[in-house]
Design a protein around this ligand. Structure first.
Ligand code: TYD
Length: 206
């Protein structure tokens, strides 16, 4: 494991991760800390190409197994190309989604076996375990309201029952990994939320 720090952000679609990551990045940069920010699926040229295939609403006939393997492929590329080298050089890495999203979405959401998902994502479990995973928990109804009525990508079209299972999956992961997870109410005011996240991050890295 590298000398840097890996912070990951998880939660159902519309939970507010991206806003929090932006606010946190700004605050850490103001502190003079050099950070790298990535999103999954994606984050490198090849991984972004995989993301296009995954999220394209024309690909509604994609099998759940293909979906899981493409998520893992995107992650393997991101890890080898950027996350692992960054951690080895002592950097602070922020990731908008990581392997827990595969366990929650493809495992709890789609019903694929967790042990198979762990196996195809072994690189992540062996080479880059997050120092802290922030779970922004929000009710499915609020998430749906935030997503609005606009065009949805392939994953966002999976429906409310699916998102309920994903939300429960994340909660179960948080319970199983209390040393790594910090669960926060995603419906809290954004400025309050980022202060809480910042205090956990600063405690670890400063
Ligand atoms: P994105 O538009 O980035 O959603 P968000 O802003 O909510 O993160 O799309 C990523 C979608 O892919 C999102 O619906 C979650 C899903 N996903 C998985 O199903 N498995 C995974 O392993 C990852 C990383 C994402």
């Amino acid at each position: 494991m590298g000398r840097g720090f890996l912070f990951t952000f998880e939660g159902i679609d519309g939970c507010g991760k991206s806003t929090q990551i932006n606010l946190l990045s700004q605050a850490l940069t103001d502190d003079g800390i050099s950070i790298s920010v990535f999103r999954e699926p994606g984050g490198t040229r090849i991984a972004e190409a995989i993301r296009q295939v995954l999220l394209n609403p024309r690909n509604m006939d994609m099998s759940y197994e293909s979906e899981a393997l493409l998520m893992a492929a995107s992650r393997a590329q991101l890890l080898r190309e950027t996350v692992i080298p960054n951690l080895e050089s002592g950097k602070v890495v922020l990731c908008d989604r990581y392997v827990d999203s595969s366990l929650a979405y493809q495992g709890s959401g789609r019903g694929l076996p967790l042990e198979w998902l762990r196996a195809i994502n072994r690189l992540a479990f062996e080479s880059a375990v997050p120092d802290i995973t922030f779970l922004l928990d929000i009710a499915v109804e609020s998430a749906m309201n935030r997503l609005g009525t606009g065009l949805r990508d392939r994953m966002e079209s999976s429906g409310t029952d699916f998102l309920e299972r994903v939300r429960n999956g994340f909660s179960a992961l948080a319970e199983e990994n209390p040393d790594r997870y910090i669960v926060l109410n995603g419906e809290m005011a954004q400025e309050l939320l980022v202060e809480k996240i910042l205090s956990h991050v600063r405690k670890l890295i400063l």
